[in-house]
Ligand binder design. Structure first.
Ligand code: PTJ
Length: 254
């Protein structure tokens, strides 16, 4: 379909087109399309911008990844579809491993995501060689299957669009978790060490920019990490939604 770039929701429609094509190509799960729709709804309520709370969380996330000994970026179908280049670029800046880790795991989807990331220039991708698979103690879902040389031994994991059970399991194992999730009410958002409540499409370029900055200005990271309070920050995002709703309400009724 031809989407005219004059359309008021051009960007959003193009993103939908991208994720639907990745579904047709076999690497986004059907359920990933539903998850995307839920994300869109929260993005709408959040005002579809980069607010101060996500900007703060991104700075803290950049610092945490740069200070990590063994950071890993966990990649699922939606992330591979929406931001493949950015995942690879970030992994190089913060020296992180990339690991494919799927909730709706099939070998065909794993391979398809692997091929996509290779096409986009990735060198090493974990989570695909079954000889290196091991299991986290929890959760019961296939998300617990991880790479011995990746998430299993990591100290910091970046998890875009993740479910709460595995987030909890990673935290119980003593790992620091950075989540990217548009839903500030999700269990993942509430329990992660750092939650970036924004659209992965907006987040990744900023995270790359901040990671480059703090790589060269690392001394500032300690105070940024000490000052960051995730619960307060997520509450700020909820407040943004509340303010946006109130503004709309007042426009209609006052
Ligand atoms: O590729 P798989 O098999 O690993 O499956 C991926 C999905 C996303 C289907 C799977 O992880 C899943 O079911 O996730 P949930 O539990 O639906 O959680 C996804 C979260 O991501 C929801 O809270 C959405 O609001 C949020 N989300 C959706 N799109 C975006 C997003 N957050 C940031 N940016 C987005 N573009």
């Amino acid at each position: 379909m031809n989407i005219p770039n004059s359309h008021p929701r051009y960007k959003s429609l193009k993103t939908r087109e991208k994720i639907v094509n990745s579904y047709k190509d076999g690497y986004v799960a059907a359920e990933g399309l539903i998850a995307h729709g839920r994300g869109e709804a929260f993005d709408y309520l959040l005002g579809e911008t980069m607010d101060i709370y996500s900007a703060d969380a991104i700075r803290a996330a950049a610092c945490l990844m740069l200070n990590a000994k063994y950071p890993v970026i966990s990649v699922n179908g939606n992330a591979a579809s929406l931001v493949p280049d950015e995942i690879i670029e970030l992994s190089k800046i913060v020296n992180a491993k990339i690991e494919i880790n799927l909730f709706y795991r099939t070998e065909q989807r794993e391979l398809s995501i692997y091929n996509t990331l290779i096409e986009h220039g990735a060198n090493e991708i974990l989570g695909i060689d079954k000889r290196n698979s091991t299991k986290l103690p929890e959760p019961d879902s296939d998300r617990r299957i991880v790479d011995k040389n990746g998430i299993f031994i990591s100290d910091v994991v970046l998890i875009p669009l993740e479910d709460g059970d595995r987030t909890e399991s990673l935290i119980k194992m003593g790992k620091k978790v950075i989540a990217i999730d548009l839903n500030p009410l999700s269990r993942t958002s509430m329990i992660a060490d750092i939650t970036i409540v924004n659209n992965i499409i907006r987040v990744m370029p900023e995270l790359i920019k901040e990671s480059k900055y703090f790589r060269d200005n690392n001394k500032k990271c300690n105070s940024i990490l000490n000052d960051f309070d995730n619960k307060k920050n997520v509450a700020g995002s909820i407040e943004t939604i509340k303010d946006n709703l109130l503004k709309k309400y007042n426009e209609l009724y006052r």
